[in-house]
Design a protein around this ligand. Structure first.
Ligand SMILES: *Cc1c(COP(=O)(O)O)cnc(C)c1O
Length: 435
């Protein structure tokens, strides 16, 4: 393990893995250059194989809300490994996490553990289709729900709602069962339901779209979508894989005071280990095997290490009022940076919601209005971000390697860390505009 360097490891990786990576955005395609290979992490910091330290705002794309290797979670993980790391049988640890969650979230009456957000969403859709006897689903352009076939679709060019597959290998026939609407546009949703209402099993949405920029929606929009869905007998699935346990214990469902029929979680709920959840109304979840006719299973589901890390994470969040702390820190961080941007006449914005932020170039003519839909994006956003990203990387700060990904403030991002980050980001923001 001595004398490794990222360039060399990337060359070797490309020979054994497509693009040298195990998830596409890690390849730095969007920002260019050679991806950094990391060997360890602690709190707010990553350490590369070269031994260089970086402030980390990617935090594994969200799971590490307490920062890397939080000491309280680390202790539980060590204990867990001493006991067992997989049973493939019943255990008290997943029961404890399931009870902890269902006791706090009224709309999660029953749940099942799976191994990823993708798997959670895929399974929840199957339940929705079984429950309604309908085959179509409605999703929104700009929301990401993992890589299940029926969700790798984009808006088609024809009729409102029509869809086309967004990945090779997804049959058009499958894509046709997915209808696509635009965010922030209740009229289209109404139109689609007027035409296809009796065929739509479920409306799936990120109640806080945070996978293609951070597109905070109007509450009335989400309320309206849910109202239309209910009128037509369709179920509502909140995909809270990114917002769940991040914006508050009850996620966006709690913030919006909306009870979804089904909900999916991932990321934070495994404390950094691969755990996903789908859950919701008991009558719907009771359709799942062995109770009901919907088949879904998992060899490593409810991994004892993952569920124990997840519970330790959630308990610490509750015990230490972490949401409050993160909200305050992130609000101050974004406010000072936005102030810096204004003073320097830069069109950059740090949008934020709770501890999620998104650094982006404001499109011309947008004014102070927040972006709500990908249709509003500045076409040069990607190039500007590229410069910002590399400037930060050189200065020892790691942002997500794509301008369409959000950043995360963790409990380990102290005021001192954020102060340093502010200087680095401002320098990158200036550089992106040749200043
Ligand atoms: C990350 C994410 C997924 C996919 O989860 P994986 O664990 O990457 O499969 C699905 N939906 C949302 C909203 C996500 O943020």
């Amino acid at each position: 393990m001595n004398q490794m360097n990222s360039q060399e490891l990337f060359e070797r990786s490309k020979k054994v893995a497509p693009g040298g990576v195990h998830s596409p955005v890690r390849a730095f395609k969007s920002v260019g250059g050679v991806p950094v290979f990391f060997k360890s992490a602690e709190g707010a910091y990553l350490t590369s194989v070269e031994g260089r330290r970086y402030i980390d705002f990617c935090q594994s794309f969200g799971p590490n809300i307490l920062g890397h290797r939080d000491p309280d979670v680390a202790k539980v993980v060590r204990e867990a490994v001493e006991d067992a790391w997989s049973f493939g049988a019943c255990d008290p640890y997943s029961l404890e996490l399931a009870e902890w969650i269902t006791a706090r979230l009224s709309f999660v009456e029953k749940l099942r553990f799976v191994c990823s957000g993708t798997e959670a969403v895929m399974s929840a859709l199957r339940v929705a289709r079984a429950a309604t006897g309908r085959h179509r689903i409605l999703k929104f352009e700009g929301c990401y729900h993992g890589h299940a076939d029926s969700l790798l679709v984009k808006a088609g060019s024809g009729l409102a709602g029509s869809a086309a597959s967004d990945s090779a290998g997804v049959p058009e026939a499958l894509a046709r069962d997915t209808l696509v609407a635009a965010l922030d546009d209740e009229e289209t949703v109404e139109k689609i339901f007027a035409e296809h209402g009796s065929e739509i099993a479920v409306v799936i949405l990120e109640p806080l779209p945070a996978n293609f920029g951070l597109l905070v929606q109007r509450t009335e929009f989400i309320e309206k979508v849910c109202e239309i869905a209910r009128e037509h007998g369709a179920l509502i699935l909140f995909d809270e894989v990114i917002s769940g346990f991040r914006v508050g214990l009850g996620g966006m469902a709690e913030k919006l005071h909306i009870k979804p029929d089904l909900v999916t979680y991932g990321k934070i709920v495994g404390g950094g280990f691969p755990v996903g959840i789908y859950g919701g109304r008991a009558d719907l979840m009771d359709l799942v095997a062995p109770n009901g006719p919907v088949y879904q299973a998992g060899t490593l589901a409810a991994s004892p290490v993952g569920v124990r890390a997840g519970l330790a994470t959630l308990q610490k969040i509750e015990r230490e009022n972490v949401y409050h702390v993160l909200e305050q820190r992130t609000t101050a961080f974004a406010a000072t940076l936005n102030d810096d941007f204004k003073k320097n006449d830069l069109p950059w914005v740090m949008a934020h919601y709770a501890s999620i932020f998104w650094l982006h170039a404001r499109p011309a003519g947008q004014g102070d209005k927040a972006l709500r839909s990908p249709a509003e994006f500045d076409q040069n956003m990607r190039d500007r971000y590229k410069v910002l990203f590399h400037s930060c990387l050189e200065a020892g700060l790691y942002l997500a390697p794509s301008g369409f990904e959000v950043g995360f403030v963790s409990l380990a991002h102290t005021d001192a860390v954020l102060k340093e980050a502010r200087q680095i980001i401002l320098a990158g923001a200036l550089k992106a505009y040749g200043k």
